[in-house]
Every structure is written in C-alpha cells, then in structure tokens.
Design a binder for this molecule. Structure first.
Ligand SMILES: [Fe+2]
Length: 322
C-alpha cells in the first residue's frame, strides 16, 4: 500500500487501552511502504504505545475517509488523554486543538446555525473543564496551532488565545466557558453572509467591496443569528457583537468606548487581532509571535484593551513550568 489516500496522525494520539475505530498504518523505511499496525476493532496496547513513545519520528497514517471517526475518537478520549502524564504538554495542546477543529468542521458541514452554536458552547465548556489539566503555555500554543486563515482555524485559535487571557485574569470556570464559546462563535456572522452570497469564506474571487461590506456587517449579522438560538448567553452574544469595538471609540458596529465594551468582548478582540496578524494569508505570510505582540502593544489603549493585551503579552513571553 502506498500513502495515497492516507493522512498522517500523531503517534501519541493512540491512547493505550482504547480502540481508535479505524485502521492505523505505519511507514516501513526498509520496504518503503506502509504496514497495518492496528485494525479498527483492535485496542491500542501498552506495548504499542511504548513502541510509539520510543520512536517519536515514526510516521503513522489512517485512511483519509476515516478522519471523521478519528476526530470522534480524539473528542471522546480527550479527558483521559490530557491526564496521561507520559504525553508531552505540547502534544496535549495539538490534540486539544485538533479535536476542536474536527468538531467545528463537522458542525459547519451541517450548514446549521443551531449545530454551530451547540458546537461552540461545547468547545467553550471543554476549555473551561479540561484546559486546567493541559497547562497550556502561550508560546507552545502559538507554535502548535495551525495558522491558515480558514473560518475553523481562526475560531479555534481565537478561543485558545482568549482562554490564555481569561485564565491569566483569573476568571471562574463558568466565565471561561462563556468567553471561549463566544470566541469560537465570534465570526458566525460571516458564515451567514457567505452562504447568502454563495461565496466561500476563503475565496480570493470575492470583490473588495463585498469583502468590506461583509467585514463591517458580520458582528450585527452574527448577533441576529445568535439571538434566535436557545442557550446562548449574554456574554457569548456580546462577544459576537462587540469584538470589533475599540477602546478609543473607532471600532464598529457602534463605536463604543472603553468600559462600555464588555470585558469578555475586549478579551476576544485581543485574541482575534493576534490570530489575524499571525495567520498566513494568500497575500502575505503570518507574522511571528514576537512581531505580532509588538503590534498589539502599540495598539494597547487605542484599538485594544490594555489589561487583556498585557495578559496575552505575559502568556506569550512566559514559559510555564507545569
Ligand atoms: Fe470578526
């Protein structure tokens, strides 16, 4: 078997004593081909895990048609996985992010605002309940996350950065959950417009005018969508509506100033800006972590909230010892 139709997965996501639910293949350097390592109905054994642990460069694959089951597997076992002390923290970050990617991608495919909202809320709850076990480190988070400009990547990344800020500010679990859910859903207004206009969010063919109109309207469009959904909290709603407001009053859609903007929205604005600068776009490469932080520091108090920016700056410069 060649690697055609296969996608790589990280070896250490194969948790001992659990069934991945899909065939898993290893790359054999000697034969220059793949060999089956695990069948879909088999459980990962301790010896398999030890083998992978001692061979970190071992390439591991699943069939691309099994990606959805693999994401289900990651999602289901995430709590166990985050508690596994042998797994490096950076990898916990990667798997956490990957599971959120899988969940949001699936919800997006269903073309249902209700499913997206449910997914955003679940992801926020996961940050609040599982985040403390993962001991996320700002620099590792930035290094580990994807940096493309797709809707899903931006939502996940913004939620990660918002989590780092919220944790630093000492928000309680319920508030962290709300902030991260809001961050996952903050650009939901772009989806509705893209659907109406029949345009892809990442399409380069969109006219400048249309893109600008969409940009200006998406907080209000998102607000209107979320208002109709049961279970959406005031904080999540305000994050969606206010994440482009600025302390100096030059934001949109209202032009609120300083404390008129809710704390959670200010956090999300900083997280959103940081990911906007560091993501890779067609027209330009993403900024480095340090370069992006320099921009944020310059925008402190004018475009961005001082306190939230300071918290992200600290999270991005400190190395956690946990
Ligand atoms: Fe936005």
């Amino acid at each position: 078997m060649t690697t055609s139709g296969l996608v790589t997965i990280h070896p250490l996501t194969l948790v001992p004593n659990y069934q991945v639910g899909t065939n898993v293949y290893l790359w054999n350097e000697k034969t220059n081909s793949t060999v089956k390592f695990l069948s879909s109905n088999q459980v990962v054994t301790e010896s398999m895990f030890s083998f992978l642990l001692s061979n970190p460069s071992q390439k591991v694959f699943i069939q691309d048609t099994s990606l959805s089951s693999y994401h289900d597997y990651l999602d289901e076992h995430l709590p166990t996985w985050l508690g596994e002390s042998r797994v490096p923290r950076v990898l916990k970050t990667a798997v956490f992010a990957e599971s959120l990617h899988g969940k949001l991608t699936k919800a997006l495919e269903l073309q249902s605002v209700q499913k997206l909202v449910e997914c955003g809320i679940q992801c926020g709850e996961r940050f609040a309940t599982l985040g403390p076990q993962a001991h996320f480190d700002g620099r590792e988070v930035h290094r580990t996350l994807r940096h493309d400009s797709s809707f899903v990547t931006h939502a996940v990344n913004t939620a990660f950065y918002a989590y780092l800020i919220a944790e630093k500010q000492g928000h309680v679990e319920e508030s962290v959950s709300d902030i991260c859910s809001g961050a996952m859903l903050h650009d939901i207004g772009k989806i509705e417009l893209a659907t109406i206009q029949g345009a892809s969010l990442t399409s380069s063919e969109q006219s400048q005018d249309r893109a600008q109109r969409r940009e200006k309207a998406h907080p209000t469009e998102g607000f209107k969508l979320l208002c109709q959904e049961p279970g959406v909290t005031q904080t999540q709603l305000m994050i969606c509506y206010q994440h482009h407001e600025r302390p100096d009053g030059h934001g949109f859609p209202v032009g609120l100033v300083r404390d008129e903007i809710e704390v959670a929205s200010r956090i999300c604005a900083v997280a959103n800006r940081f990911d906007g600068l560091t993501c890779q776009r067609e027209e330009r490469p993403g900024m480095t972590r340090l370069a992006a932080m320099r921009v944020l520091v310059l925008e402190k108090n004018t475009a961005l909230d001082q306190e939230a920016t300071k918290c992200l700056e600290q999270r991005m410069s400190q190395t956690s010892t946990n």
